[in-house]
Design a protein around this ligand. Sequence first.
Ligand code: PGA
Length: 225
Amino acid sequence: MLIVGNWKMFRGPEPAALAGLDAPDLDVVVCPPFTRLRDCVDAGLTTFAQNVHWEDEGAFTGEISAPLLLELGVAGSLVGHSERRQYFGETDETVSRRTGAALDAGLRVIACVGETREQRERGETEDVLRRQLSVLEPHPELVLAYEPVWAIGTGLTATPELAQEAHAFIKSQLAAPVLYGGSVKPDNAAGLLARPDVDGALVGGASLDVESFTAICQAAARIPS
Ligand code: PGA
């Protein structure tokens, strides 16, 4: 079971307060903003970036490369979060390039997929997931995150049944562990994580609060593997 806290562009909690959340069969990862990566690494947390470029270096203002992250002790990166796709022009093509280069460089990757509300209402969920997954290849260090865009930061959560259905479809397309993301909170985490194809959670808002993130990790640690 893998629980990942995505702090987005928030300063986030003090890293030391999150030390010791790992448990047998539970890996905990934090994705702080770039300025806090070193603090999280130094606190002994498994630390991922929120984005990574496909070139090792170059004139790419505002980007960060895998070798630079590895030098800092960063273990992996998110790629293709829906906020990157929605606001920063991320495409399936750039998601593919970022993922491939990061994995080749020795980073772990959590690649995010998910449909918008309109796509789900039009019955296009599987087509969208199939397309987003078609640019990725299986890799031992690749994890996927199913994040229905309509559930992110909205307080709307996919039901455990809906998440299970989407996760099973995703695994039929690409063999990888699949995290669920979208308004995961202490009170809904256990139900989602208990489903057989839900292998963990990608937590946004609730990861900014030590108490709620801890409660989610504790709920995950109680799920029999
Ligand atoms: P949320 O964000 O938990 O605040 O909905 C999830 C995410 O964007 O990864």
